[in-house]
Ligand binder design. Sequence first.
Ligand code: ZN
Length: 326
Amino acid sequence: MAAIIEPVLREQLIERRQRLETAISGADEPVRLAGLLQEVDAALARFNPDTYGLCEVCHDPVERERLIADPLVSVCLGCLTPAQQRALEQDLELAARIQSTLLPPRNFASGGWRASYHYEGAGVVSGDYCDLVSAEDGSLYFMLGDVSGKGVAASMLMAQLHAMFRMLVSVGLPLNQLVERASRVFCESTLPAHYATLVCGRADCSGELEICNAGHLPPLLVRGGDVSVIEATGLPLGVFCNERFTTDHVRLSQGDALLLYTDGLSESQNFSGEEYGRDRLFKLVGERPALAPAELVAACLKDLSAFRAGMPGTDDLTILALRRAD
Ligand SMILES: [Zn+2]
């Protein structure tokens, strides 16, 4: 495990070391920076393929996500002192509070559309991304994505997606260009192993829906009792810096709905190891075509809970429903 990420982390550390040396030469407080330089050197000294990424205390592997977030980490979670564990818990609680402020109102209405969602992390924070934005022209932008990985590192990437899309939506770019710019910034500013699957859509007041699906699970389109899917039209965000994206257009009539979700729903398992699956979701949604978004999301959660029968979820879970008002 460590062998895969080691070259990237080593490169990062060498770059940080160079920056530190430059900073020390012109710093008012060279002593404080020199301490950090010693830490970086100690981490570089640990870059032996046999020992890097192993806990200094118990010699088990240090958690991968923590190493990516901070290559200087040398002790696994289990070997932290009680004081260190408390500090970490407080950090996580704060991160969760910050993440909750990035979410839109639970029940959202804009331009003749109603929307509602459920957002739940596998841990304290989530790597799923969900947002709803009213544009100046009255149209509704909706975004739902899933960042590679889980935990704090994924939640930081989620926050980055949130900031980028909020900014790009306000510029008023065509939808495909909006996603292309987001993908380029995401690719240039994250580690090579990081990417995000994402659906970005724009729903206008006349019922016209434009949608760009960057490698995400296909949203379900519900017209009466008929359920169909809008397939992916591109690769996930951030795989290549110059990716191109296309969009699909669909017109929704009054009462038609759209359901988006992350794999925390479709790939959720019960105690027998069976997956919840898309077929079960199709059936559920097709039998309840008249539900309002909040009711549809609640019905999905109830059915998922019945399927799991007490089996805890292991992945971040987000469900977003949109409906054109009657
Ligand atoms: Zn340990």
